[in-house]
Write a protein that binds this ligand. Sequence first.
Ligand code: FMN
Length: 315
Amino acid sequence: MTSSSTSTSAGNNKDTQQHHLYVLYGSQTGNSEQAAEDFCRQLRQKYKINKDNDNSNNDDDDHNTSSSFWKQHNLPECNVTTTCIQLDDFLELKQAQFDGRCIVIFVSSYGVGQAPLGAYRFRSLADALILLKKTMDDEKQPSTSSSLTNTGIYNGLYYAVCGLGDSTYPTYLKNPTTIDRALEAAGATRMQPLGKADAHQMGEQAQDKVIQRWIDDLWLPLAKALTTPPPPPTTTTNDNDKKGVMDAKEMQRQTLQLLKRLDPDFKITASVGDNNNNNNLNGTTILIAMAILVAIVAVLLGTGVIPLPTSTSPS
Ligand SMILES: Cc1cc2nc3c(=O)[nH]c(=O)nc-3n(C[C@H](O)[C@H](O)[C@H](O)COP(=O)(O)O)c2cc1C
């Protein structure tokens, strides 16, 4: 499936902050996809901005108080839009646009601890990020090995992963665990611990109940992450210990570069291509080059440097 849906938590007001959240999923039999969609639907209710003291429009849930979630928690009011999309579609169709500073992931394990449908590419990205981190750690001097380093690609990105699996498999939650660790290894900040929703459990520990509790626990850390002003951005990963925030465009560029290295067939659209790659001619550059060429030919013809073809009349 390659569909995505975008929705918003509230109407627009000029004083209201605007934030965008990608809700990503990888799902073989639909459980993670359902959880992601439920999350987006609940977010619209939870984060909605109520008009002050307007209780006339009573909804059938417990969130319809005169004070919004934001006010209750003393946070600046936010209009949060979400895009619910498969993990690999985020990389391929959205070209890894990390512009919202936050991502929330619902993903299962399939096969033997492998990725489910629509998450293979994201999993290979995760494996590569972990390998990159390991290589960096191995190269570090023993005297400094105690200080944590990361690849720095996702410094400044907030994330949370809810994993779905089945504890009867020896590879229980292997895929969500790998993705969770990879994002941390790349410098992203975990908003809350990995969710462990086990299809084998019943009662209070049943998969859907665990997912709902994980979602309920996320509202506040997510709201804080969305409204915390980011430190000044950096475009370098050289000094990882500085933990400077990576510019979103740079996160995107480095992710796409890595994906291209993992799979040379991976398509990077021209508009988000490698900034350092001068082979990326855009439409304007080509038009200007053509205009200059036409002007040069006109001058050469006008000055007689290039003779005009003489017409021969039929005898
Ligand atoms: C063929 C098959 C393989 C599975 N492999 C794993 C596995 O390796 N690790 C795990 O934790 N769960 C495994 N599961 C359980 C699923 O992850 C679990 O049912 C989950 O709820 C599916 O969510 P989804 O519909 O979003 O894919 C497997 C299930 C099936 C049917």
